[in-house]
Design a protein around this ligand. Structure first.
Ligand SMILES: [Zn+2]
Length: 474
């Protein structure tokens, strides 16, 4: 599609900021599409959520004779770094094992007018399609598209874009709905974002920082650090040198370490804010909900069930949020329950159980030295041996438990000690520590209700997590 609108947008964005290397541009219909950030529970990044798996399909462009092209090890390293950042948005990126190599010199040094010619026949519907070319016209490190109905799920990355640590998470930020911290750019007409965080000029009940600039309030107003007159103020050591007065009075204090900032030193861009994480998380679950892993890998079958019952045998029903089970009822001091874990396979399976209390401390629950750490084929165990009583001195709050299953012994102590070094919710810490070894969602059938059951395809070294949240109130 050689659309003049695109041509104009690229031209405009290139002119307006000579120090930047991102070719992603917001459009008015897309801004409208995303302008419904919910000020509700979905924004609360302190509440533990299930972790969404997002598939990435790499398309690697080489010269016709097979020369050139980015190395897979480098891409893997970048995806690992991406996951360390994005786990805080409750996302994990999973690389499709089958890489797509395109041998065609025409696209090696890439002109964005050729995007449809190159990509249309290779795009996968339910993955982020990342095309790795040698260079992109006009020197862009990369570009992608903000979410919009039926828009292509594409990102273009040039070799130079992989040479720093922020271009990839920056473009992914756009893909999940973030704008530059200095605003939407392109041809979007709106008032400049005020420095003050509590103004409501148009009296519509929404404070201005939520509807100007990047539509977020915990990213300070940013005068565009990519402009020639400002760029030298971002120093090598990632500090802001000098003051930038605002036309509306006062001085700008942009967050120049933000991944969505046009800091001239890409490796100074290292963080997102909580609201940016919340926006990414919400976009992944809503505007990008069609991007999910599909069944691709095969392994050994691992089947089993976990069943919780109250002392009087009343069932304890659970609901499922992606891959986090939540007990539907609230429990209180004095309640006692027990649980059984069943192995539905013909082989022994190993079990590890960890728990995080309301203070955020992670503990090993199972196995203890004297416990066998596995469940025999086609049998059931009661891992804690009897009733668990919610004890005296218990406080209101949420407790988290994870049962880990695998075909090899599980080093629970190491997992626990590493989780205790991290910030974040239970699910975020677990995924941060175990990363790629946790089974992708597509390989598990999770069933909820009074009895949790699972049926998965698992490969050597992988672990199947059953994560649970229990609310306690006295
Ligand atoms: Zn950008």
């Amino acid at each position: 599609m050689k659309n003049w609108v695109y041509i104009l947008f690229f031209f405009v964005s290139f002119l307006e900021a000579s120090a930047q290397h991102c070719g992603t541009v917001a459009t008015e219909d897309q801004v409208e599409y995303l302008r419904n950030f919910e000020f509700a529970d979905t924004r609360n990044m302190i509440i533990a959520k299930g972790i969404v798996d997002i598939p990435i399909q790499f398309h690697i462009i080489k010269k016709t004779d097979g020369q050139g092209g980015v190395e897979m090890d480098l891409l893997k390293k970048h995806v690992d770094q991406l996951n360390e950042l994005y786990v805080k948005a409750n996302l994990r990126f999973v690389i499709n094992e089958e890489l797509n190599f395109i041998h065609d010199t025409r696209y090696y040094d890439f002109d964005y007018y050729d995007e449809e010619d190159l990509c249309a026949k290779h795009d996968l519907e339910n993955a982020i399609n990342i095309y790795c070319v040698n260079t992109i016209k006009a020197g862009y490190y990369g570009y992608t598209y903000h979410p919009l109905k039926n828009r292509k799920k594409r990102m273009l990355m040039s070799s130079i874009g992989w040479k720093n640590n922020s271009t990839f998470p920056h473009e992914m930020g756009h893909f999940f709905g973030l704008y530059h911290t200095h605003g939407k750019g392109g041809k979007i007409k709106e008032l400049p974002e005020p420095i003050e965080r509590d103004l409501d000029h148009d009296g519509n009940g929404v404070i201005d920082c939520y509807e100007t600039g990047d539509d977020l309030c915990d990213t300070p107003s940013d005068p565009n650090m990519g402009l020639k007159k400002h760029m030298e103020l971002c120093s090598q050591n990632c500090t802001l040198e000098g003051k930038i007065p605002s036309e509306q009075g006062g001085y700008y204090e942009p967050e120049i370490t933000n991944i969505m900032c046009y800091n001239q030193h890409p490796n100074c861009r290292t963080n997102f804010t909580l609201e940016q994480y919340a926006k990414i998380a919400q976009t992944a679950r809503r505007e990008r909900k069609d991007i999910r892993v599909v069944k691709t890998t095969k392994g050994k079958s691992l089947k089993g069930a976990v069943e919780f019952v109250m002392e009087d045998q009343t069932p304890m029903p659970v609901d499922l949020d992606i891959n986090l089970y939540r007990f539907e009822n609230t429990y209180k001091q004095g309640d006692s329950f027990s649980f059984k874990v069943g192995n539905g396979t013909e082989e022994r399976i190993f079990l590890g159980i960890i728990n995080m209390d309301f203070r955020g401390e992670v503990l090993k629950v199972f196995p203890y030295a004297e416990d066998a750490s596995f469940i025999k084929p086609k049998s059931k165990i009661n891992p804690l041996g009897g009733l668990i009583s919610l004890d005296n001195g218990m406080q209101d709050g949420k407790e988290y438990t994870c049962l880990l299953f695998g075909f090899e012994p599980i080093n629970v102590e190491t997992i626990v000690s590493q989780m205790n070094l991290l910030d974040g919710t239970f699910t975020q810490r677990l995924y941060h520590v175990l990363g790629n070894s946790l089974l992708p969602l597509d390989n598990v059938n999770y069933r909820k209700g009074n009895r949790i059951s699972f049926d998965a395809q698992i490969k050597s070294g992988e672990l199947l997590p059953i994560m649970l949240e229990m609310k306690q109130e006295n």
